[in-house]
Design a protein around this ligand. Structure first.
Ligand SMILES: CC/C=C\CC(=O)SCCNC(=O)CCNC(=O)[C@H](O)C(C)(C)COP(=O)(O)OP(=O)(O)OC[C@H]1O[C@@H](n2cnc3c(N)ncnc32)[C@H](O)[C@@H]1OP(=O)(O)O
Length: 702
């Protein structure tokens, strides 16, 4: 019997075939396997929210477990979610050594509700089951064997091994093989264990409800007889199944896959653009970003040339990169083979024979222009030239080269060997092959690549600007960094805007604002103005920087720290009196600001910019923006990303609140609702997956 995902037809197939096999006296035992080397990836997520037809999963698994002939699961490829629950209903499990098993329902906002929360703890004990169910992590066959999830691991044909094994146990009694009849092994420190698990889950979940429900369901397995535990599992699942969080998480699952199917406004697409193989790559500039990129490249197995012109920096970088590779290999229980994949040089000529270069020098246009001119002269014909700029004009850099079609942005996020997001930035001259190659390389590096158009800040940083601006204005109007951060952290961000600013360094934005001519000199002594080119402007960040308050690295920023480099932010009385004086100087009267206003002002301004990005064609669809925010900016996944969230709140509501705030702050253009938002509301606020139709219509009318 073979199946990939258990849709209605697959479930019906299993029920019918198992029934036939059990009724046939010639059949002594049964082996269940999958098709094309995959046991089962679980339920078809697209079926959720539709009228699910076909036989339900729970009675089907019960019937298999109750069978009077041995049923063996032959697990190849994946046994995930309902697929593993089905295997847990079998009397024996044999997995191929390359198989992966797991209960990832939690990452879809659900719990394993086909008996997974009740059988797994009975089989492998409460602590191990809690780990697998609350994290949703997949385990390799070797770990599954060690945990007791599977009985055997096969190196060659799993089906052959399972058939042989099934015949060998045909006459054996099955009572001891039905997991639902096992007592749940109860640890002596039961209460402490569950309290600890609940605390950990709440801390990591950032407001997600599924992990909490998972703990509650496993607790039921440990405290109630099996059938009562199943009732509790069902009850908890009922709450999760229709929740907005489950919708958001399932949207993220598909959005993550949708962004790999990129398209460009000129019609180039992922399926018609062939990437060129990259065997050897180079990184130019070994600061923090360059080092992380070199590590990520070397870990893919590529040969890497790392170039840093300053000798001292080169020596330091070499040590740091080796350390990162060694620690990475140790964590994965491997030898650091990638160490030997990197060669270092202080001479840019060393990149002459590479297939692709990633420039990661200091964020300065003049410097980057020089590097691109050099690269264009030095590299062999056809080498792709990529820049890791976070905001600068990729087209302008391309224009410095002989072959602008070979130039794209590869915007990594710090730390580059850890963070999953990669913005691949194309300009009007970038060839589809350059985009396809950068996207494929990103995938090899374990990144989630999103192809976006070229504009100041691309997608992520462009949307961040109005968000940060609102946070500054809120301080002027009466909020504190603590209040703003608390509201955002309760929403689900790992850090609020001010704690994040302290971490990344206030000087970063200061340098950008200076470059844009926004910072007035001698602020501390004079009366800084709060208008630039007719727009409201807050000089608060500039004032702190003038005092050397750059955040964690100087021990002072929006908060205070015990010492420079320390990470624990403490409220700073100095800042509070500074803020009061600032308000008094500008005749600003502090008013009470609540969490709702913080969220509406910061998030709706960010979302509004997201609509502008869609209108401008910089992102192909809302999924691209959402994946950028979830993977690169800490947007809580259970809220689906900013554009999905706007849909959940209601587009009409977002529009109404933006209109309200823009009326109150007419000198803040970011609060002026963008025309795409108005158009979507006028078209009846279609669901997020139908926005592209409205955007297409809008573009065709321009
Ligand atoms: C009543 C509730 C009962 C049970 C609960 C459940 O079972 S919930 C589902 C639990 N299962 C999962 O969460 C597994 C999700 N899938 C994966 O982890 C991976 O897709 C998998 C199976 C490991 C394969 O990975 P691979 O990298 O090979 O492929 P990819 O992820 O790109 O997927 C290929 C296409 O299949 C679609 N897809 C995958 N899984 C599901 C699914 N469970 N339901 C619906 N569709 C699924 C995926 O979207 C891809 O589609 P495409 O159109 O090609 O982009």
């Amino acid at each position: 019997m073979c199946f990939i995902l258990h849709s209605a037809a697959v479930r019906q197939g299993i029920v019918d075939t198992v029934k036939r096999a059990l009724g046939d006296p010639k059949v002594k035992s049964v082996v269940i396997c999958g098709q094309n080397g995959i046991f089962c990836g679980g339920a078809d997520i697209k079926e959720f929210g539709t009228n699910m037809s076909g036989p339900p999963l729970v009675p089907m698994i019960h019937a298999i477990e109750a069978a009077n002939k041995p049923v063996v699961a032959a697990i190849e490829g994946s046994a995930l979610g309902g697929g593993l629950e089905l295997a847990l209903g079998c009397h024996y499990r044999i997995a191929h050594s390359k198989a992966r098993l797991g209960l990832p329902e939690v990452s879809l906002g659900l719990l394993p509700a086909a008996g997974g929360t009740q059988r797994l703890p009975r089989l492998i004990g409460v602590p191990a089951a809690l780990d697998l169910i609350t994290t949703g992590r997949h385990v390799a066959a070797a770990e599954a064997l060690q945990l007791g999830v599977v009985d055997r691991v096969a190196e060659h044909s799993t089906v052959d091994a399972a058939v042989k094994f099934a015949l060998s146990v045909a006459a054996k009694p099955l009572d001891a093989r039905r997991i639902s009849t096992y007592p749940c092994p109860c640890p002596s420190d039961f209460d402490a264990l569950f309290e600890g698990a609940m605390q950990k889950v709440r801390q990591n979940a950032r407001g997600a409800i599924a992990p909490v429900a998972c703990v509650q369901a496993v607790r039921a397995a440990a405290t109630r007889p099996y059938l009562q535990g199943m009732e509790r599992e069902k009850e908890l699942m009922a709450t999760l199944f229709t929740s907005g969080q489950a919708r958001a998480l399932q949207y993220c699952f598909f959005a993550q896959r949708a962004v790999s199917k990129w398209s460009m406004p000129n019609g180039a697409r992922w399926d018609t653009s062939k990437p060129r193989p990259v065997h050897k790559a180079a990184v130019i500039g070994l600061g923090t970003m360059g080092r992380g990129i070199a590590v990520a490249l070397a870990q893919t197995g590529l040969s890497v040339v790392a170039v840093e012109t300053q000798e001292k920096q080169l020596m330091e970088a070499k040590q740091a990169v080796s350390g990162m590779l060694e620690r990475g290999a140790k964590r994965r229980g491997l030898t650091p083979a990638a160490l030997h994949k990197i060669s270092y040089s202080h001479d840019i000529q060393a990149v002459a024979d590479v297939d692709l270069v990633i420039e990661a020098v200091f964020e300065d246009m003049a410097l980057k222009k020089k590097v691109f001119q050099q690269l264009s002269a030095v590299c062999k014909p056809g080498t792709f030239l990529c820049t890791n700029t976070s905001a600068l004009d990729v087209d302008h850099l391309a224009s410095q080269t002989r072959n602008p079609e070979l130039v794209v942005g590869m915007h990594f996020f710090a730390p580059a060997h850890v963070m999953k997001l990669l913005e691949v930035v194309y300009g009007p001259q970038s060839s589809p092959q350059a985009v396809a190659t950068a996207m494929q390389l990103g995938k090899k590096m374990g990144k989630v690549g999103v192809a976006v158009g070229n504009c100041r800040g691309f997608v992520g940083n462009r949307m961040l600007k109005p968000y940060i601006e609102q946070a500054f204005f809120l301080l002027e109007e009466g909020a504190t960094p603590e209040l703003v951060d608390r509201a955002l952290e309760e929403f689900g961000f790992p850090m609020g805007v001010f704690r994040m600013s302290d971490l990344s360094g206030l000087d970063v934005g200061w340098r950008v604002r200076k470059g844009d001519g926004l910072v007035e000199s001698g602020l501390a002594s004079g009366q800084p103005t709060r208008l630039r080119e007719g727009r409201r402007y807050s000089p608060l960040g500039d004032l702190l920087c003038e005092q050397g308050r750059f955040g964690q690295k100087t021990g002072r920023g929006w908060y205070q720290y015990d010492q420079p480099g320390s990470r624990v932010a403490r409220s700073d009385p100095w800042f509070h009196s500074f803020l009061e004086e600032y308000r008094a100087r500008h005749g600003l009267v502090a008013r009470r600001i609540d969490h709702q206003e913080v969220l509406e002002r910061c998030l709706y301004a960010l979302i509004n910019e997201g609509f502008r990005i869609l209108e401008d064609g910089i992102a192909a669809g809302p999924e691209d923006i959402d994946i950028i925010y979830v993977f690169g900016y800490g947007w809580p996944r259970h809220r689906g990303g900013p554009m999905f969230y706007a849909g959940m709140v209601g587009l009409a509501r977002v529009l109404e609140r933006l209109e309200h705030y823009h009326q109150a702050h007419p000198d803040v253009p970011y609060l002026q609702p963008c025309s795409l938002l108005r158009r979507l509301v006028a078209s009846g606020s279609p669901p997020v997956h139908r926005w592209r139709e409205v955007i297409k219509k809008l573009h065709s009318q321009l």
